[in-house]
Design a protein around this ligand. Structure first.
Ligand SMILES: [Zn+2]
Ligand SMILES: [Zn+2]
Length: 342
């Protein structure tokens, strides 16, 4: 009896391990995955091009020098990176299995809101654009809705003490690499996914009511084509040690690596700045934009010496929740209010 239950426990463990391995393979190999190897490779090529373009004339462009600039030793062996890797594995392999049920979908939100719109105003107006126009508008509006959702989520994370305790996990990184974007407390990730779904569901319902047909974005590999283009160009570079400021109109639109380094700085003047996702448009509109200097600024990244680390299961997953609920009980002393990054 005991041996048969041990055998079924072992079989279940093997099955879980196999499922996790399959999931990890899909995360790395699916071209539309936010952690696809192809998108990381594309980001690396772009980083190399940007480094070469930014090099002063006459300076060495040897491969060894380039590799050292892309992968400096002091960053490669930094313990902050190990925490990034642990969260990357947790959030790409385990997170969906535990929290997938708790994420509302864009289609569900859209259905609720569309029902409300039709109940209040009746059917939408006659379609004013053809199917191609509707597809172009849908692609753009749904992408911008996700950007607005990103900014709102991030603004709340820095403003609400409860949420800040969870978001601190991301800000405890002392060096940035593309894996830092996966360094997120699962409840912070859950809130983010739901706010994005709400924003996109609202946009979806508005578009469907106005344009007549279900709102659609032009997708490639099941991903909005604008988001996919960003994934293969600028998205992974947002978390990197490279001081890159995009020139001209690009810099006025797209969040550069330097802008996001400022977001992670411990300097109080930088707290709560540059909250946008792929675009810095919301930051410019809502007054949270902070322009980086053209040359590298001396920044210290992280939370400062008084804050806890997040490199154990207890500190990274359990204590942020305990501290978050602690903010509901404790009345913040005036001196402590500044710790909530505004
Ligand atoms: Zn933040
Ligand atoms: Zn970040």
């Amino acid at each position: 009896m005991a041996s048969s239950s041990a055998a079924s426990a072992a079989a279940a463990a093997v099955q879980i391990a196999q499922d996790a391995w399959t999931q990890f393979g899909a995360v790395l190999l699916s071209p539309n995955s936010a952690a696809s190897l192809t998108s990381f490779a594309a980001a690396l090529c772009l980083a190399a091009v940007l480094l070469l373009a930014g090099r002063a004339r006459g300076r060495s462009t040897r491969l060894k020098v380039l590799l050292r600039a892309l992968f400096p030793r002091r960053l490669l062996f930094n313990r902050s990176n190990r925490t990034d890797i642990a969260f990357f594995l947790f959030n790409t392999v385990v997170y969906g299995a535990i929290f997938g049920w708790a994420i509302v979908t864009q289609a569900v939100v859209s259905g609720w809101v569309l029902g409300g719109l039709e109940g209040a105003f009746g059917p939408g107006p006659d379609a004013v654009v053809g199917p191609v126009g509707a597809l172009i508008i849908g692609t753009l509006v749904l992408f911008l809705a996700a950007e607005l959702g990103h900014w709102i989520d991030h603004w709340l994370s820095h403003r609400v003490p409860f949420l800040w305790e969870l978001h601190k996990v991301h800000h405890s990184a002392e060096v940035l690499s593309p894996l830092t974007s996966f360094r997120m407390h699962p409840l912070d990730g859950l809130k983010f996914a739901n706010i994005i779904a709400l924003a996109m569901g609202l946009a979806d319902a508005g578009l469907t009511w106005l344009l007549g047909d279900p709102a659609n974005a032009f997708t490639v590999y099941d991903r909005n084509v604008i988001a996919l283009a960003a994934l293969y160009t600028v998205q992974h570079l947002q978390h990197t040690h490279l001081w890159v400021v995009y020139p001209g109109p690009l810099g006025k639109l797209i969040t550069s690596p330097a802008q996001h380094l400022i977001h992670h700085s411990t300097d109080p003047a930088h707290f709560g700045k540059n909250l946008g996702g792929l675009l810095n448009v919301c930051d410019r509109v809502f007054g949270t934009f902070h322009a980086p200097a053209a040359r590298r600024e001396r920044l210290v990244l992280g939370l400062g010496p008084e804050e806890s680390r997040h490199d154990t299961v207890m500190e990274g997953l359990v204590m942020p929740v305990v501290r978050a609920f602690g903010t509901l009980r404790a009345r913040p002393a005036p001196a402590a209010e500044g710790k909530v990054r505004a």
